[in-house]
Write a protein that binds this ligand. Structure first.
Ligand code: M6R
Length: 616
């Protein structure tokens, strides 16, 4: 979603801000803008702020900057906007300003009471030039400005409801940057007489790894000499400078053509990292430092609610199956967006698990708070260290798969499934599972990374199969049991980057309606690895074939028989069924990637999508 970068220091801000915006491009956006305070004073000219905005990519903004000869100054703001209020046009792009006070602002989030505030401000004579809620906030700060930017920001934030991360400058205060957050992430990178503020650590780490991650209602006044953190009522708040755990190399593309391809190929390594120190073969148990304090609650849990959105929800669904299967605790996976609004019943012994790559998804956060406020113990299964979910849960387990830049989630999915599998085993071993039984599964779990390597070696086969069907506009993805969520994930991957219509469903559900869609040559991808329901899946395959559909099966190595029933087969190594989704999803990720490339789409920046959905 929207991205913020702001700078105050001694260097020229423009290039630094533009570079920062490029690091945030992966989050998804549709326009970009920059404002820099030129502090040079000559004749009647006093410090002033220059602004440039452009619709489209950051490169379009760069072209604009080049045309006007660039912006000079060592204090500035920049933004990538993902439209919420008002269409995609230059007038709606950030920064927004209040001419009277000389205040410029960039904003992530949504100001919910902006309509009422707008009426109030219009009565005060403010003239609006955009349809955004952000411009309302800039004018409100301007209205309250009486020579103290920090006080004006605090005053305005006391009046607004909604979510925000903001950065604000004023031409009358050339040595001040004010930033604040509520419900939308913001990090202050602390350098030597310079500060880089961003909504995402990736825009900061090239400059400094020392940083303060803001909490809700923090307002930070930054000058070149230091900074002060307060709340919206101006009470001083203590802050902690910590080390950002983000390696610059990890966010570089390297030799790959796309981040998605890089991240698909990283999965053997990312899963080794995820498992490191957590699989204790000798004792036949899982070690999860983040959960030991709550081991008793997990053992006694009466119900586990797993929640998330998109890919994270699909991983949560696999978590539901594996927790019930291995730990024998009732579990349910539910869209966070639905859970939060349906007045959920939380009984004693309920644990809610929020699954999220970013740890910032608005719906997942809201569901988490809803469950927590009703008395559930809350756990996070999150990738981004220090993210809101990781901080607002009682305990949790990090994925440790490294930064995921591609909008289409790949290595986070396998990381989420791996962590949920480990949580299931952590609970199972403390409940009913014997050390031997557990050790048997752990032995296989430990080999998942090398098995993924073997699947990745077949990339060429996957590409050729994809080529056969890439012109088809409707696909089905079908699976049963553990691989029903994998089917959903395969369909989501294909549609979000190749814009092909794809539906995932339980294979048995097909007969209850979707079978009507099947026509000559329609691709139907079956996850048909060996398992409890193999024969039933084979019957479903026959039903599709009988209606002219073309079947691509993801099958178990050595299953030669299946070739007689399908047009194409993609093999994965054999593992116990409960561990199979980490393997069966790999050919589906590759297939979606190749289809998108063949169709000429921008794989890492799919249309209309944002990496992290921080608004409802
Ligand atoms: O950051 P999160 O894991 O909470 O994000 C949830 C979804 O928005 C996300 O998984 C989305 O569905 C993926 N980009 C799909 O590839």
């Amino acid at each position: 979603m929207c991205g913020i970068v702001a700078y105050i220091g001694t260097k020229q801000a423009q290039n630094l801000l533009v570079e920062g915006l490029k690091r945030l491009e992966y989050r998804g956006y549709d326009s970009a803008g920059i404002a820099i305070l030129d502090a040079s004073v000559s004749g009647s000219r006093s410090p002033h702020i220059n602004i440039t905005r452009a619709v489209g990519r950051v490169s379009a903004l760069e072209d604009r900057l080049e045309q006007i000869g660039g912006l000079r100054g060592t204090l500035g703001l920049a933004h990538t906007r993902w439209a919420t209020h008002g269409g995609v046009c230059e007038a709606n792009a950030h920064p927004h300003k209040d001419d009277k006070s000389g205040i410029y602002l960039v904003h992530n989030g949504i100001i919910e009471n902006y309509s009422a505030l707008k009426i109030y401000l219009e009565e005060k004579g403010h003239k609006f030039t955009s349809e955004t809620d952000t411009e309302v906030l800039s004018m409100l700060i301007g209205e309250l400005y009486e020579g103290d930017l920090e006080a004006a920001v605090q005053g305005a934030l006391r009046e607004v409801t909604g979510a925000y991360a903001i950065a604000v400058i004023c031409d009358k205060e050339p040595d001040t940057l004010v930033v604040a957050r509520k419900g939308s992430p913001l990090i202050v990178g602390v350098g030597d007489k310079e500060f880089v503020v961003a909504s995402d650590a990736s825009a900061i780490v090239a400059h400094t790894t020392q940083a303060v991650t803001l909490d809700d209602y923090n307002v930070v006044k930054i000058t070149r000499d230091g900074f002060r953190t307060s709340d919206i009522h101006n009470a001083t708040v203590s802050h902690k400078v910590t080390q950002l755990e983000l390696d610059l190399d990890a966010i570089e593309l390297g030799d790959y053509s796309h981040y998605m391809l890089k991240e698909i190929n990283e999965q053997p390594r990312s899963l080794r990292n995820c498992f490191r120190g957590r699989i204790d073969q000798r004792e036949g148990k899982i070690v999860l430092g983040g959960l030991t304090t709550y081991a008793k609650e997990l053992v006694k849990a009466r119900r586990i609610i797993l929640t998330g959105q998109g890919t994270a929800l699909h991983a949560a669904m696999i978590g539901e199956y594996i927790i019930e299967d291995l730990a024998k605790v009732p579990a349910v996976a539910e869209y966070a967006s639905e859970f939060r609004y349906r007045n959920p019943i939380i009984e004693d012994g309920t644990i809610v698990v929020a699954v999220s790559q970013s740890g910032e998804t608005a719906d997942t956060l809201a569901a988490l708070y809803e469950a927590r406020d009703r008395g559930a113990l809350s756990l996070g299964v999150v990738n981004v260290v220090g993210s809101t979910i990781s901080r607002d849960t009682d305990a949790g387990v990090y994925l440790r798969v490294g930064p995921e830049i591609g909008v289409a989630s790949t290595k986070a999915f396998t990381g989420q499934v791996a962590v949920l599998t480990m949580i299931a085993l952590f609970m199972a071993r403390r409940r009913f599972m014997s050390a031997d039984q557990c050790a048997d599964l752990l032995k296989v779990l430990d080999t998942i990374p090398e098995k993924i390597e073997r699947i990745l070696e077949q990339d060429d086969v996957v590409r050729k199969v994809t080529q056969k069907y890439v012109e088809r506009d409707n696909w089905l993805f079908l699976g049963r049991g553990y691989n029903y969520p994998t089917a959903l994930e395969g369909a989501l991957k294909l549609k979000e980057i190749s814009y092909i219509h794809a539906e995932g469903m339980p294979a048995a559900e097909m007969k209850h309606g979707p079978i009507a869609l099947i026509n000559e040559g329609m691709p139907a991808v079956f996850i048909a690895n060996r398992g409890r329901q193999y024969d039933k899946v084979m019957s479903n395959i026959a039903e599709v074939r009988a209606r002219g559909g073309h079947v691509i099966a993801v099958a178990t190595e050595g299953d030669e028989q299946i070739k007689n029933h399908c047009q194409d087969v993609l093999y994965v190594p054999e593992v116990p069924e409960c561990l199979s989704p980490m393997l069966t999803v790999i050919p589906l990720q590759l297939m979606a990637y190749h289809a998108a490339v063949m169709r000429g789409h921008d794989v890492d920046k799919p249309r209309n999508l944002a990496k992290s959905v921080t608004v409802e």
